[in-house]
Each structure stands twice: as C-alpha cells, then as structure tokens.
Design a protein around this ligand. Sequence first.
Ligand SMILES: [Zn+2]
Length: 313
Amino acid sequence: MRTNIIRPFLMAFLILGLFTNWGFFGHETIHEKAVYSLPKEMWPLYKEHIAILIEKSTNPDKRRHFSKKEPPKHYIDLDAFRVNPKTVFPANWDSAKSFLTEDTLWAYGVLPWNIEWVYYDLVEAFDSNDAQAILRLSADLGHYISDACVPLHTTVNYNGQLTNQRGIHGFWESRLPELFAEEYFLYPGQAEYIHNRQEYIWAIIFESFSAKDSVLDLDKKVQEAFADEGTQSISERKGQGVRTQSIEASRAYHEALNGMVERRMRRSIKAVADFWFTAWVDAGQPNLKNLELEKDGETKFFGEKVLEKLWGN
Ligand SMILES: [Zn+2]
C-alpha cells in the first residue's frame, strides 16, 4: 500500500532528474565515446563493461534527491563574488577553505575540488583491484568532469532566471545535443596523462565560464528573432523551467553558437578519458584483464537500491 503511494512521487523525481546536466543522452554519449579513447590495456574492464559505465553516467544526478551535499558537487558559481574568479579561487581545497570558509564554498558549489576527491577514490579502487568500485567511480568522475565543461554550470544565472531566459539550461545542454549530436565529430584522440590535474580542471572551468556570456547573449538574440513564433513553451520541472521550442529556432540558436556544444562535448569526452587514464597510471597501471564483477548489485548506490525495492525489481 505504502509502496503504491510513494511510487508516483518517486517516478516524478526520476523524471525531473532527467533534465539536469547534459541530460541523460549527453552523459551517456560522453561516457561511451570516452572508452574508445583509452589505451587497449584498459579495454578488458572499460570496453567489456561499457554498458555499466553508460548506465551509471547519470548516477550523480539521481543522487541529488537523496543528499543535500550532492547538488553543489555539480557546479561552481564563479560570478557569485563579483571579482575576477582567477584571483579568488585557490585551486587547492585547503587553501580555498581558509580563504573563503567551507560554508561559503559549499553554498556556491564545490565542483572542481569534488573532481579531485572522486579522482583519489578512483585511484584507490584501482589499487585494491575492485572492479565494481572502479566502474562506479569512473562513471561518477566522468559525470562531474562533463558538468565542468558546461558553461551554465559556472554561473549564478545557471538557468537564465536572472535575465528572463528561463529554460536555457536544459535547452543548451540537453535539447541541443539530442537534436544535433548526430552531426558532431566526437572523437578527441587518444587519452593523455594529466601532469597537473588542478590546472587542467580549472582551465576547463574557466573556458566554460568565458563561454557563458555567449550562451546567454546569443539566446537572447535568437529569442528576439523568433519572438512571433509562439512555439516556445516552458514546462516546470524541479523548480527549473525547461524550454522547448521549434526546430527552426533551435537550429538558429545552435548555428549562432557556431559549434560550441559540439566542442564542449568533445572536450568532455577527452577530459573524461584523460582522467580515467591518469588514475589508472597513477595506480601503477594494474592489469585489468582478470578483474571480476560480482553478480549482485554491488555497483548500485543507496538510492538505486531503495528505488528497486519500491518498484519490486
Ligand atoms: Zn550533474
């Protein structure tokens, strides 16, 4: 009885979760393509279990509904402080903490530091030859890195809510790739070792940050050009408006962005592959050939298990 009451709510939550961060389609595509940039020595685990990596690429978004600490791991509001972010944000967590206090950092997002935390967990999983943990943490790490590549994950105005452009978040990162990814060239070349991870991830974040004005300004222009169209609608999902509009208006915006979505997606794929590869190298390049996955749901996180119980799977 209780299950029947709870089920619709959980279903709603899950559906809402679909519309945050690159969307399910984007995250799955990025993880899938990243596997093919890895060296052959990593294929026995990564290619063999590519379906698990793809499936778990959106776990961090699902976890948003189960932990208060989860959402700030997906973004950093660089413009919250009204100063040049390059001079304000120490790359290292300890210096950042003493500079801005831990509460402030969590309030405006901890994305770059969280990538480093998950990275260390992944190296540890390689060290202990734990196949389940390697796949689960690789999927998590890839998700956060991909979020860092999205311009609107670096600004307070993350959904255009401050500039009357509500719905732009999901429109840019979910709707556009769904419509146009088939036209993209998404092979970024072989994975490379990252010598300075903090520098690498902050470079990505600053690229995203400097692209966010174009994301918003060009949207404004296209919205004005298509003002008479009347096809735009905003649906409410998780307090965020998600915009749908005509294919013509979508294409006009996509063209105005001049390949930005494709470039950021390819950048995500490269960065995810580079981080997976670097973690493996830093763990001493363990042999992945004979690692076995246990058959039960060990790779599942708490929320997945709860949902499965409720659904009776
Ligand atoms: Zn996310």
